[in-house]
Design a protein around this ligand. Structure first.
Ligand SMILES: *[C@@H]1O[C@H](CO)[C@@H](O)[C@H](O)[C@H]1NC(C)=O
Ligand SMILES: *[C@@H]1O[C@H](CO)[C@@H](O)[C@H](O)[C@H]1NC(C)=O
Ligand SMILES: *[C@@H]1O[C@H](CO)[C@@H](O)[C@H](O)[C@H]1NC(C)=O
Ligand SMILES: *[C@@H]1O[C@H](CO)[C@@H](O)[C@H](O)[C@H]1NC(C)=O
Ligand SMILES: [Cu+2]
Length: 382
């Protein structure tokens, strides 16, 4: 039996995938967990302690049956009727509802104060839907990019077996991903060996229903200009190690340890395209690529999105643990993407909502995974 670095036993699954030795970011998380305990001793959060907190686990640390329970729950969400069809006639399922909300709020929640807290709320709500509406007993898994970066196509995430998140797309000729504003040679992520429909794994039959809006490959246009019309098509991917190359642990470790304020932490994470730096955020999205994963607006419509953004949230959590007093109270940037149109600086009192799915939660209440939202947030990453 192998023990994970937070001491919880991992019994199943390890033999199928690895085991993966802890990387430098895992070690940093492990080494700084005592700071979280210290902070909690001074700032008790009711019943939420490191011992009672939910544990979000890495994909291949889940046993194969647990991975299947997760993908079954996602398929279940894709089979339940949508709540948003009055806004988006193309939305056909509860899964699509989340895509609708992301599309509506893309310009507000990226390159703005809301990027990290809003996505924290969004993931928590989705995890909760899987549990309460689809009987899922586990928690949201994350994708530790480093584990698979060298060979993502053959990884437990994308190898296409029934315990994966689905395979690569069929090979089609395409030009790779254009990175706007980046200098050569960083203006294009060279293509991988996919680009077509995913034909293996749990999501081989899934229908992508809304969008595209800003596709990175050629896709039939949506009948409506807002992307909310019905446009059923296959899930397409171009699992791409060229993009994954900027998500290895050394990039993530630098991101966490070399950026001591949230402005730079978030800026480096989201990418500095004019400097030719894609960042781990774009790097992870374009490791999947295709449609809808490569579409800035519609990306949550590829089920892998949720594992990627959980890693984004985990990296924020690890960064916050380095200086909890300061970093659970620190926001920066304005309320609009790249401050366009110009807007006021964000504050801890600004509201975040999930459209018709869930109401306002102040940014302040999303800063702390241990007792935030009146105790509803209580999780760590293992
Ligand atoms: C703590 O208490 C709240 C409110 O009673 C409850 O919703 C939550 O599930 C509890 N959390 C834990 C970790 O026991
Ligand atoms: C996909 O559809 C085929 C044909 O209807 C069916 O036999 C198969 O079980 C489905 N697989 C999944 C993973 O949904
Ligand atoms: C990370 O390691 C790779 C491979 O050794 C190297 O090419 C890259 O420059 C490193 N990145 C950083 C940010 O250190
Ligand atoms: C907004 O934040 C920037 C950067 O921290 C700061 O320079 C500026 O003074 C702030 N503006 C207002 C109106 O507070
Ligand atoms: Cu993202």
């Amino acid at each position: 039996m192998i023990r994970s670095f937070f001491g919880a036993a991992i019994i199943a699954g390890v033999s199928a995938a690895g085991p993966y030795a802890p990387d430098a970011v895992d070690k940093l998380a492990q080494d700084t967990l005592p700071k979280l305990k210290e902070w909690l001793a001074k700032n008790p959060q009711g019943n939420c302690t490191v011992e009672t907190a939910i544990r979000r686990r890495e994909w291949s640390d889940l046993g194969e049956p647990e991975r299947k329970e997760y993908t079954d729950a996602v398929l279940c969400l894709q089979s339940k009727p949508a709540l948003t069809s009055s806004i988006a006639p193309g939305a056909k399922s509860r899964f699509d509802d989340y895509v609708v909300v992301h599309i509506q709020q893309t310009p507000r929640n990226h390159g703005s104060t809301f990027f990290l807290p809003w996505h924290r709320y969004y993931i928590w709500h989705y995890e909760n839907a899987l549990r309460t509406e689809c009987g899922y007993k586990g928690y949201q898994p994350y994708w530790n990019w480093d584990r698979y970066a060298k060979d993502p196509v053959n990884s437990p995430l994308f190898n296409g077996n029934e315990f994966s998140m689905g395979g690569n797309g069929a090979k089609v000729q395409h030009a790779g991903v254009q990175i706007p504003g980046a200098p050569r040679p960083y203006n294009v992520i060279p293509p991988g060996d996919g680009g077509g429909c995913v034909t293996t794994g749990p999501f081989r039959n899934m229908s992508v229903n809304i969008g595209p809006i800003a596709p990175s490959i050629t896709v039939t246009r949506n009948p409506r200009s807002d992307g909310f019309g019905y446009n059923p098509r296959c899930l397409r991917r171009d699992v791409n190690k060229n993009a994954a190359a900027v998500t290895t642990a050394n990039y993530t470790l630098d991101l966490i340890t070399k950026n001591s304020n949230v402005y730079w932490f978030q800026t480096v994470m989201e990418g500095q395209f004019p400097q030719g730096k894609w960042g781990v955020h774009a790097g992870g999205h374009y490791t999947v690529s295709g449609d809808p994963a490569g579409d800035f607006y519609v990306s949550p419509g590829d089920p892998v999105f949720w594992l990627h953004h959980s890693m984004i949230d985990r990296v924020w959590w690890i960064w916050q643990m380095q200086d909890l007093v300061k970093r659970t109270a620190e926001v920066s940037m304005t309320k609009t993407m790249n401050n366009m149109p110009a807007s006021a600086n964000g504050t801890l009192d600004d509201p975040n909502n999930l459209g018709i799915l869930a109401g306002d939660v102040k940014t302040r209440d999303l800063m702390n995974t241990m007792g935030g939202m009146g105790g509803k947030l209580c999780y760590i990453y293992e």
